[in-house]
Design a binder for this molecule. Structure first.
Ligand code: GDP
Length: 199
């Protein structure tokens, strides 16, 4: 799939104010600093798209972008901020959960994990919750350019065996880099195939 247009639509904390759910939607989530903004920009081939919505004070929002006039890309707030107070974390959980549980046109949630790290408790718990709620998701291993081929392989295998402790089947997964562009075409092709499959 070629990205012909990418347009910022709206930011908010209220799932009821999201655009009408009349187009396929794909959302991105992960711990803060996992490389989400970089990936959103790389996928859309725009250097500043995600930055538009991540100005200070706007980072904790559900951000909608319209791609090719055909589908929504959603940049969700990152989780696991060490410095965020419990009260705002609970607020985050509430509105992101509301969004994930009610968004009927959400075809896939991409859960980003940093390829350099072994499986982290916070990500595994979040993935478990997605499973319990039946929310469709895929895994994206980010920053793959930062590891040797061998180390990357080891970490991916670790992730797989961690998930297989709880899952009978592994979710689709992607290995990406926003620096060298690895995995971006595969991710876009996957989005395309899911959209076509749902038509
Ligand atoms: P976010 O907080 O998840 O939106 O993360 P950012 O996209 O802002 O990235 C956090 C940091 O990781 C920044 O310094 C990026 O330049 C860096 N980064 C993000 N993606 C990659 C990647 O694929 N490769 C490398 N080497 N660095 C990355």
């Amino acid at each position: 799939m070629q990205i012909k247009s990418a347009e910022f639509i709206i930011s908010n904390t209220d799932y009821k104010k999201c655009p009408k759910p009349d187009k396929p939607e794909y959302a991105f989530i992960g711990r803060s600093n996992v490389g989400k903004s970089s990936l959103v920009n790389k996928i859309t081939n725009r250097t500043k798209l995600a930055k538009v919505s991540s100005k200070p004070g706007k980072t904790q929002l559900i951000n909608h972008f319209l791609i090719n006039q055909e589908w929504y890309m959603v940049d969700l707030p990152g989780y696991g901020y060490a410095k965020v107070a419990k009260s705002s974390r609970q607020k985050w959980e509430k509105f992101v959960q509301d969004y994930l549980l009610t968004r009927e046109n959400l075809y896939c949630l991409f859960v980003l994990v940093d390829a350099r790290h072994e499986p982290q408790k916070i990500d595994i718990e979040f993935i478990r919750w997605l499973g319990e709620k039946g929310i469709p998701f895929s895994l994206v291993h980010t920053k793959s350019d930062k590891l040797s081929v061998q180390k990357l392989k080891t970490n991916i295998e670790l992730y797989k065996s961690e998930l297989l402790k709880e899952w009978e089947e592994l979710p689709p997964s992607f290995i990406t880099s926003s620096v060298n562009g690895n995995g971006i075409d595969e991710l876009l092709e996957y989005i395309n195939s899911v959209t076509v499959g749902n038509k």
